[in-house]
Design a protein around this ligand. Structure first.
Ligand code: GLU
Length: 428
């Protein structure tokens, strides 16, 4: 059911072309960075619980590794396509560059819906993905991690398969591992917390009192849940959150005018981030259509679900009250919508900056795994705060100094860092 009208890779290329123009990049560097260095597409046969063999399609795309080994998650999604993975791998390159960690960009995926797979089938799928790629990924070449619908258990199965094939222990091969099995404390919280660290800095800069703000979130997965957690801890008031209800194949928004309590909501949510509608209504939530999260009169919008959510059509539904959009998801805003947001002067914290906390903590995890020495949670989260704050200020100072839109500023800094690395290596 691929949506052929929307191609995320073309969108990522369009964003890159714009940055290349602004930076006046030479033609060879443009040609190099416009497309991935390498890509793998393969079949994964899995014997299902009913005895039948089912063939799944898997991907890994390595966009650029001039600054260090490729880095990026693996998504399980029924609508996964090679073009989505290509786009996401490119965004990973810019993400690692904007937070200035010594890693490149990669991404992987499997076309599947884990809602319909038993744990044993999921384990076989994870091991099958590694078997197809065991020679092309590794701690010194390409380091996978969790993403949409994958978690620490999936990472551990993948690590185990990799170590079985290569005969040894390679805890730095993959990140997002369970704590106690090579994982880092704080990794689960890192992406969502990172989003809110950038929001905190943006509000300071715009002289907005965070404690007087309200916010609306799209999605209720790992990123959104932890973004809401830190936002609430800092004194903000979340009023709306949307989530996907698998059984109905549609999304709903859950709204509470005076703000909701995250813990209450988590108590009625399953591990896929699906909120129980009836129980939410009992708790006083108003049930609204899936896209209503975007229309609320709030100060802060956090799209934290999938790509292609704020489009040329839906962008006009954004309330005049909205001052900041922090993109927790990768690629939630299409270029058409972006033009409107830019004109309206809404302060955007672009995806690869806002959600870089996950990969930053993955980098810390890799460092800990390679040293075989693990840090306290406070130490990890403290380092995360430093990295995210520095990255945010780098981008916003550059934007202010050069009168640039935040997305353009972030692109210029990242693409420039990667282009310089390619040049220094003599590739272009
Ligand atoms: N999947 C996350 C992202 O899109 C994290 C990637 C990683 O930790 O390597 O940034």
């Amino acid at each position: 059911m691929e949506d052929t009208s929307y191609n995320p890779f073309m969108m990522a290329q369009k964003q890159f072309d714009n940055a290349a123009e602004l930076l006046e990049l030479d033609p060879a560097t443009r040609d190099l960075l416009r497309v991935p260095l390498r890509e793998y597409q393969f079949s994964i046969p899995v014997r299902m619980d009913d005895g039948q063999v089912k063939i799944f399609r898997g991907f890994r795309v390595q966009h650029n590794d001039a600054r260090g080994p490729g880095k990026g998650g693996i998504r399980f999604h029924p609508q996964e396509t090679i073009n989505t993975v290509r786009a996401l791998s490119m965004w990973m390159t810019w993400k690692c560059a904007v937070v200035d960690i010594p890693l490149g960009g990669a991404k992987g995926g499997i076309i599947c819906d884990p809602h319909n797979l038993s744990l044993l089938e999921q384990e076989k799928l994870c091991r099958g993905w590694i078997r197809q790629l065991a020679k092309n990924v590794g701690p010194l070449s390409d380091v996978p991690a969790p993403d949409v619908m994958t978690n620490s258990q999936h990472m551990l199965w993948m690590l185990d398969e990799y170590e079985t094939i290569h005969g040894g222990k390679y805890p730095g091969f993959i990140t997002g591992k369970p704590v106690g099995m090579g994982g880092s404390l704080g990794r689960t919280e890192a992406t969502g917390y990172g989003v809110m660290i950038t929001v905190r800095e943006a509000m300071k800069e715009l002289e907005i009192d965070l404690q007087k703000t309200t916010a609306s979130f799209q999605g209720f997965g790992n990123v959104s849940q932890h973004a809401i957690e830190l936002y609430q801890q800092m004194g903000g008031t979340p009023v709306c959150v949307s989530c996907w209800i698998q059984k109905e194949q549609k999304a709903y928004s859950f709204f509470k005018k005076d703000g909701f309590d995250l813990k209450q909501l988590l108590a009625i949510t399953n591990h896929f981030g699906e909120i129980d509608k009836a129980k939410a209504q009992d708790l006083g939530f108003e049930l609204l259509p899936g896209d209503a999260w975007l229309e609320q009169d709030v100060d802060l919008l956090v799209p934290a679900a999938l790509e292609n959510q704020i489009t040329g059509e839906s962008v006009n539904k954004i309330s005049q009250q909205v001052k900041i959009i922090a993109e927790g998801a990768n690629g939630p805003t299409t270029p058409e919508a972006d033009l409107v947001i830019k004109e309206r002067g809404i302060h955007v914290i672009p995806d690869f900056l806002a959600n870089a906390g996950g990969v930053t903590c993955s980098y810390f995890e890799q460092v800990q795994s390679n040293q075989n020495y693990y840090w306290a949670k406070e130490e990890t989260l403290g380092k995360l705060d430093q990295k995210m704050t520095t990255a945010y200020l780098d981008v916003s100072n550059f934007a202010t100094k050069n009168k640039l839109y935040m997305r353009d500023a972030a692109y210029m800094i990242s693409v420039d860092r990667v282009a310089k690395a390619c040049k220094a290596r003599g590739w272009v």
